[in-house]
Design a protein around this ligand. Structure first.
Ligand SMILES: Cc1cc2nc3c(=O)[nH]c(=O)nc-3n(C[C@H](O)[C@H](O)[C@H](O)COP(=O)(O)OP(=O)(O)OC[C@H]3O[C@@H](n4cnc5c(N)ncnc54)[C@H](O)[C@@H]3O)c2cc1C
Length: 398
């Protein structure tokens, strides 16, 4: 089977390349290449550039400000962005809550929220998980009780990614504690500056503040902020998860990371010879590269089927598992290639007199923290074990 881009798709790829060459700010690309965390300002600047070009909301319908791209065009765009060092989009607003508002929201919600997502004015975060509700999401307990034209929300969310930057959170809350778990849940849009919300950082193993706990203490939320019917939030939740899982294979990102790994291995040496000439390392790199080529081919096959009207089912779980394993494997090899220079580099933990100079090349500053950070890939967005359950059920009929 031969899967090739059409002439039109190749022309589109050239257009994307020309745009990235001209529009992607050098400081942002440099941070991405070195594996550094981007600031809120850098994320927002890149979003605004894409929005101005009309390329920010690739997954929306054209009439709402989307691109109208085919699945293959979206894939090409992601690939090229990764190759040029463009940041991955923060998907909570544009690719998670927006599709839900477009499908289930009122006209008023569409008019209010979609333009603010497009312009980057709103930063959304996701309030699904709770201390007792992760894989078993339907056991969530955060309670919302109707009081006139408001809901009063009490409870706790956790692992809220970049909640410290957000001015809005979309939440699953329990509105009927007596119904079967999936049937008493409602989907709410909540302003983060509502009285009674507090955000507490969780500092992860890489020394970063990426995730948070969010507490709700008698938070009043207008009823008009409910998406869909009361107690029917599970439908919105499931719809959103299908969007969350698309594109998680991160092939473009893995390709860029692999190319970077090879470059670094060529610059680092062992016993006077470039590491890239070490047969064991070469075999390990070749192994991961073959896995990457195989998953790329699977992705293209799935995209071709989707383009022809098919709906991806458990295939997206396969891509999620394999894609996350490959990214973790590349970061593992990078850590090995750098040896002692990949010791955790956490600025806050260093001597106060430390002025931030590195003892080694600039590419050695981030790989250790990235290695730790990427452990998350096999957990969030539905852990890999849960994806295996889905494959077992849907494909193997076990
Ligand atoms: C970095 C990071 C960012 C996140 N960001 C967000 C966010 O922004 N918003 C949000 O709402 N959530 C977020 N999450 C939460 C994420 O969705 C959950 O961590 C995930 O769903 C797993 O839930 P859990 O952590 O409660 O683990 P558990 O569900 O307790 O699972 C623990 C382990 O048991 C396994 N397991 C559980 N049930 C089964 C089963 N039936 N069969 C086989 N194995 C099973 C799991 O796979 C896992 O290995 C984030 C998580 C991380 C790590």
């Amino acid at each position: 089977m031969i899967i090739r881009y059409t002439v039109e798709e190749l022309a589109f790829r050239d257009e994307v390349r020309a745009f990235l060459q001209q529009a992607l700010p050098a400081d942002i690309a440099a941070s991405v290449r070195l594996g550094k965390h981007l600031s809120k300002e850098q994320h927002q600047r890149w979003q605004r550039i894409l929005s101005k070009k009309g390329w920010y909301a690739a997954n929306w319908p054209v009439e709402q400000g989307g691109t109208g791209w085919t699945v293959v065009q979206k894939h090409i765009f992601q690939e090229e962005c990764a190759a040029f060092g463009a940041p991955r989009l923060i998907s909570f607003g544009v690719n998670m809550v927006a599709p839900v508002i477009i499908k289930f929201g009122t006209e008023q919600q569409k008019a209010e929220y979609l333009p603010r997502i497009l312009s980057g004015e709103d930063w959304w975060c996701q309030g699904y998980s709770e201390p007792g509700a992760g894989s078993d999401l339907a056991s969530l307990k955060t309670r919302a009780v109707r009081d006139g034209d408001h809901y009063v929300v009490n409870g706790q969310k956790t692992w809220t990614t970049l909640g410290q930057y957000a001015n809005r959170i979309f939440c699953l809350v329990r509105t009927d504690p007596d119904a079967r778990p999936q049937q008493g849940i409602t989907f709410l849009l909540i302003d983060m500056d509502s009285p009674g919300i507090s955000v507490r950082p969780i500092i992860t193993l890489d020394g970063e503040h990426e995730v948070n706990e969010v507490f709700f203490d008698n938070v009043r939320v207008p009823v008009e902020n409910r998406v869909g019917d009361e107690n029917r939030g599970w439908t919105c939740a499931k719809y959103l998860l299908t969007h969350e899982r698309t594109g998680q294979a991160g092939i473009g990102i893995s390709k860029a990371a692999l190319a970077h790994l090879k470059q670094v291995a060529a610059q680092e040496s062992c016993n006077g010879r470039p590491l890239i000439e070490d047969p064991l390392l070469r075999a390990q790199i070749a192994d991961v590269e073959m896995q990457l080529m195989a998953i790329e081919m699977s992705t293209l096959r799935i995209l071709a089927a989707a383009q022809a009207g098919g709906v991806p089912g458990a295939e997206s779980s396969i891509l999620k598992i394999k894609g996350s394993e490959i990214r973790q494997a590349i970061s593992h090899l990078m850590r090995k290639v750098l040896g002692p220079h990949a010791l955790p580099f956490i600025e806050a933990e260093l001597d106060p007199a430390f002025a931030g100079e590195l003892r080694h090349a600039d590419y050695s500053s981030a790989p250790a923290s990235e290695y730790f950070n990427l452990r998350k890939l096999s957990i969030y967005g539905g852990s890999n074990e849960i994806q295996k359950n889905i494959i077992a059920k849907m494909m193997l009929e076990l």
